[in-house]
Design a protein around this ligand. Sequence first.
Ligand code: GRG
Ligand code: 1GP
Length: 431
Amino acid sequence: MSLGSSLGRTLGQCVAAVGIGAETLGSLDANPVPADWRHVTKVDPETAKLLPVAYPLYLGHTDAVSVGGSSDVTAANTEETFRLLARAPVPAFHEPSEARHVTEETRELAAFLALPEVLNGETEALVGTLGEGLAYLHDEMVPALLREKLPGPLYRLVGDSLADVATSWLLEAAVFEAYVVQNPDSAAARRSGVGESDVLSPAVARERAMVADRHLDSEVVYVEYSGTYGGDEAADVLRAVADSVNGARVWYGGGIDDRERAVAMLDAGADTVVVGDCFHDVADEEVETCARAVEALGVAPSGEEIRSWFDAEIDPARTAAARYLRTTPAVDDPEAAAEGSLLVALALCFGVLPAAVGESEPSAERTRSLLSAVDADTADRFEAALSAGEHGADGDPLDDYCARVAAALSDADADPRRLRHLSLSTLSVSR
Ligand SMILES: CC(C)=CCC/C(C)=C/CC/C(C)=C/CC/C(C)=C/COP(=O)(O)OP(=O)(O)O
Ligand SMILES: O=P(O)(O)OC[C@@H](O)CO
C-alpha cells in the first residue's frame, strides 16, 4: 500500500470514527425522518376505508400521512389515495405492503418510500419481500420507466447500467421502518408471520431495536399494536426501545383514540404516535351525519338551516371527529375543531348535492356561500388548507375540490372520474 493511500485510509477511518462519536453523542442527526413529528395519520387505501371529505382540515393538525395497509390494497386504490392527498397540507409518504403498489405515479406523489422490515416475524417479512421488491424495481419498473423516457438506441446502450443506478438511488432515498409487531391478532401480524410466541418482552425488543438502529440503519423502530391499544405493556417496550436507540426514531401505533393514550405513549418514549382506524371512523361518521341531514333538510337547504339542524342534533364532544382530534396533542380545543370540520363536511355535501342529483349546474359559489354561513372562520381555514396542497390548473382550488366531491357523489359506476375514497362516495341519496 502506498503512503498516500495508507494516509487516505487512516484519515477516512478518523472521519468515520468522528461521525460515529458525533451520532452517539447526539450532535449529528443524519436521519431524514423529522425528529419533531409527534403525530402521523395512517390512511389505508383499501376501498372500504374512506377519507373524510373535510380531510384537508383534519390533516392540517397531523405532521404527516402514511399511506399503506395490509389487506385489499392495490396499485389503483393507492394511486387514487395519493391523488386525493396531493390536496393535503402535510407530506404523504408511501408504506407499501407489496412492491407492485409502487408505481411511477405513487413515486412522484409520495414524499418518500417507507419500507417495512419486521424484526420479530418470518424471514420472509424481513428480507424475502424486500428481495422480491428490489428485483421488481430493477427488472420491471425502472426499465419500463427508462424505455419510456429514453430513445430506443440510447436505452439499448445504457439501459442496464442506468437501471442499476436508478434502483440503488430509489433504495437510498427510501427509509426503513423496523417493526416490532405485538398484536398477533392483526392483519399486520398475519402478513408478517407473527404468532403469540413471537411477541417480544421489553428486554428482547430492546436488543432487536439495537440491531435495527446500529446494524440495519433503520430510520424508524415501530412498536406496532395495530388495532388494539398496548397500554402498560407497550409503555414498557417503548421505554426499553427508546433508551437503546441512537439514530432511529421510535414510533408507536395501535388503538390510539384519545389524548390520554397518545400522551401516555409519547411520555413512555415514542417520538411519534401513529393513528389509523380512528381517522377512518371520522369518514364513516360524516356519511351518517350527512345522510341524516339530507333526510331532515332535503337536498338544497340554506346555510342557516344546516347550522340550526347541527346545533340541535349533534354534540361535537361525542363525535368521532373530536376523538380523532383529541389524539393530536397540538390541538387546543378538539371539540371546537370537530364542530367546524363537521360543518364544513355538511356545507360541501349540500354545496355539491343539487348538481349531483341533476337539479343545477356544479357551483363552487354555492358551496362557498354555505361554507361561510355555517362557520366563516373554519371555512377560511379550509380554503387555506386547500390552497396549501397541490391542486389542478391555476384556477380556484375550491372549484377543483368541488369537482372531486361531485365525482365522489356520482353514482354512475361507469364514470371513469368516480372517486371511491371520499366519505361521500357511499352516501345514498335518491336522484
Ligand atoms: C422495494 C419495494 C418497492 C417494496 C418492498 C415492499 C416490502 C418490503 C413490503 C414489506 C411487507 C411486509 C413485510 C409487511 C409487514 C406487515 C406490516 C408491518 C404492515 C404495516 O402495517 P399496516 O399495513 O399499516 O397494518 P394494518 O393494515 O393492520 O393497519
Ligand atoms: O389503526 P390503529 O389501531 O390506530 O393502528 C395504527 C397503525 O399502527 C397501524 O399500522
